[in-house]
Design a protein around this ligand. Structure first.
Ligand code: GLN
Length: 281
């Protein structure tokens, strides 16, 4: 069977189950299975696809039709132009979370500074590993309550050559830590349980523990606030991802713990997505 025909076929199947940009997604599937660049998939329309590759294409298409994201099928997701290993134990890195990295680079101009970083709820490690990649003299500690997520974060640190500067510890937020950090970063689970049914089907392939923050989605901020208060250095700052319309509530929770919001940053859809906080004087 020729590539063009396979592409049409896959694209139709994806479209039938309501997947948007089905042709683009079909190209991504073929590019993954055939090991060809997306450009090549465009150009090599009459390339003959082998029986073995056809079988693999149909296996992956079936998984994608069941709304498993391609990242979780390939076990790779790009974040900040770096490839991260992902599996069912970690939240897929989202493009919107890149704003958290920008929040840090926007406040620390000198990339050679030897800052200490703490990530609470590390998941795949995309945030802390990207920061260590950008700040070559930085050192970091990262925690996650999930042992499996800790292992994924360590794997990604190794892949990007920063594991000698990262310690990953299994614990709830910062519960067993002491010391002070210049930068604390976190993308905690903040989706309200009431919104569970409104999520894109693909999101259900992320671990629930990384998505839901209790009835109002704010449980994690209540737990994080005292840890941030205790572990943030007096001239440091913390960067947190927040859910839709949570900025006022989170600001209130933090204010009670002696933390003040310095800045709110918007995501790619211009929603308030990131709070930068520091200790009150
Ligand atoms: N931003 C993710 C989503 O809406 C949720 C991630 C999180 O809860 N931190 O799918």
């Amino acid at each position: 069977m020729k590539l063009e025909a396979v592409l049409n076929n896959v694209s139709c199947q994806l479209k039938e189950v309501g997947i948007e940009n089905s042709r683009h997604e079909a190209r991504l599937i073929l590019s993954h299975i055939l090991g060809l660049s997306k450009e090549k998939i465009f150009l090599e329309k009459s390339l003959k696809v082998s029986k073995k590759d056809l079988e693999d294409v149909s296996r992956v298409t079936e998984m994608r039709c069941a709304r498993k994201p391609l990242s979780k099928i390939k076990n790779v997701k790009e974040f900040w132009s770096l490839d991260f290993f992902v599996n069912e134990d970690v939240l897929d890195p989202r493009p919107d979370s890149e704003i958290l990295i920008e929040a840090v680079t926007g406040r620390i101009n000198d990339k050679n500074q030897n800052i200490s970083v703490l990530e609470l709820g590390v998941g795949s490690g995309c945030l802390v590993v990207t920061l260590l990649h950008l700040f070559e003299n930085a050192k970091a500690v990262a925690t996650d309550i999930s042992l499996n997520a800790c292992q994924v974060a360590r794997k990604n640190a190794k892949m990007h050559g920063v594991s000698d500067r990262l310690e990953v510890c299994q614990m709830s937020w910062g519960s067993s830590l002491d010391g002070k950090f210049d930068v604390i970063i976190s993308n905690p689970p903040y989706i309200s349980l009431n919104d569970k049914n409104a999520l894109q089907p693909e999101v259900h392939y992320d671990p629930s523990i990384a998505l839901y923050g209790g009835d109002d989605g704010l449980d994690c901020y209540r737990s994080l606030a005292p840890d941030i208060r205790r572990l943030l250095s007096c001239d440091g700052f913390a960067v947190l991802e927040i859910g839709d319309d949570q900025e006022k509530d989170v600001e209130g929770i933090f204010a009670q713990e002696g933390l003040k919001v310095l800045e709110i940053k918007k995501d790619l859809s211009l929603k308030n997505r990131c709070l930068i906080v520091q200790l009150k004087e």
